[in-house]
Design a protein around this ligand. Structure first.
Ligand code: 13P
Ligand code: SF4
Length: 300
């Protein structure tokens, strides 16, 4: 009897498929993936994948981004109900209405948004490139930033400006408190505190580093620090510990994104076996959303 991992490996070869996984996926799912990364790294991989099929282990907007960047390829999501509540906090209609109230403003969306919202935007950003991309706008330019008010206010503060923010947020990161950071520091004095920009401001202020998940992996690898407190979803600990055997990582709190945990090895196997569920984006929406994603990828 073949293991699930063996079944997945065989099916992957038959289908000429590549498996991409986000840093928050279950450890065993990360282990069968060809590439694990943050939203920006996964978008880049999706854009250059040499495969007929992309199995995207993450939440829906990520698979949708991969589908938009690969109109000729099949993109499968093992569990199509794995959504991102933050992405669903604004609709295309709500953004259109906001734009009519600020007619001269540029519209920027966090990649954690639906294709319909991306289609209304000039450019999108991820937590890995937001500061770099937003620095290209003149300081006095009016900018609408959706849906994450925390990432938006973090970048605006870094660049010494203000944006018109949508009140969206990540329910998982919103649970982290400054008190939990203080308690973790007291338990592990000397450890470097890394948090995600989706955390509330008082948590970001209490941290040493505010980084995307890919940024956390790079920082842990490259810095001389050996002990870290990690303020983001628990799934990333698997990668941090694997890549840095001599270093110690403590979760700041038990943060779990239930949607990221919906993807299991059984569902990855079934996705490849049944070639389901295919991610499809209406062509006109995909075309307009692609402009915003391409603008981001071109910005570096
Ligand atoms: P990253 O791009 O930093 O991986 O963030 C994606 C995300 O959904 C964080 O909650
Ligand atoms: Fe969305 Fe938050 Fe889950 Fe990231 S962690 S996918 S922002 S709900």
């Amino acid at each position: 009897m073949e293991t699930l991992e063996e079944q997945i490996a065989a099916l992957k070869k038959d289908r000429r498929a590549v498996i991409l996984a986000h840093n928050y996926e279950r450890a065993e799912v990360q282990d069968v993936a060809d590439f694990t990364g943050d939203s920006l790294e996964l978008a880049r991989k999706a854009a250059t994948a040499d495969a007929d099929v992309i199995v995207f282990c993450g939440v829906y907007f990520m698979a949708e981004t991969a589908a938009i960047l690969n109109p000729g390829r099949t993109v499968l999501i093992p569990d199509p109900t794995a959504g991102c509540p933050m992405a669903d906090m604004i609709t295309g209609e709500q953004l259109r209405e906001l734009k009519t109230r600020h007619p001269g403003a540029a519209a920027v969306c966090y990649v954690n948004s639906t294709a319909e919202v991306k289609a209304e935007c000039d450019i999108c950003v991820t937590s890995g490139n937001a500061e770099r991309v937003m620095a290209r706008f003149p300081k006095d330019r009016e900018i609408i930033f959706v849906p994450d008010r925390h990432l938006g206010s973090h970048v605006a503060a870094k660049l010494g400006t203000q944006y018109i923010l949508w009140p969206g947020y990540c329910p998982t990161h919103a649970r982290l408190t400054a008190k939990q950071i203080a308690d973790a520091r007291a338990a592990h004095p000397g450890a470097t505190v890394m948090v995600h920009p989706e955390c509330p401001q008082e948590v970001r202020d209490a941290a040493d580093k505010c980084l995307s998940t890919g940024g956390m992996c790079a920082y842990a690898r490259e810095s001389p620090d050996t002990e870290f407190i990690v303020g983001t979803e628990l799934g990333i600990l698997h990668r941090l510990r694997n890549e840095n055997p001599g270093k110690t990582f403590h979760p700041a709190a038990q943060l779990v994104c239930p949607n990221m945990k919906k993807t299991t090895l059984e569902k990855v196997r079934d996705a490849l076996l049944n070639m389901e569920t295919r991610v499809a984006v209406p062509e006109d929406v995909a075309m307009r959303a692609k402009r915003a994603i391409d603008a981001m990828l071109a910005a570096g």
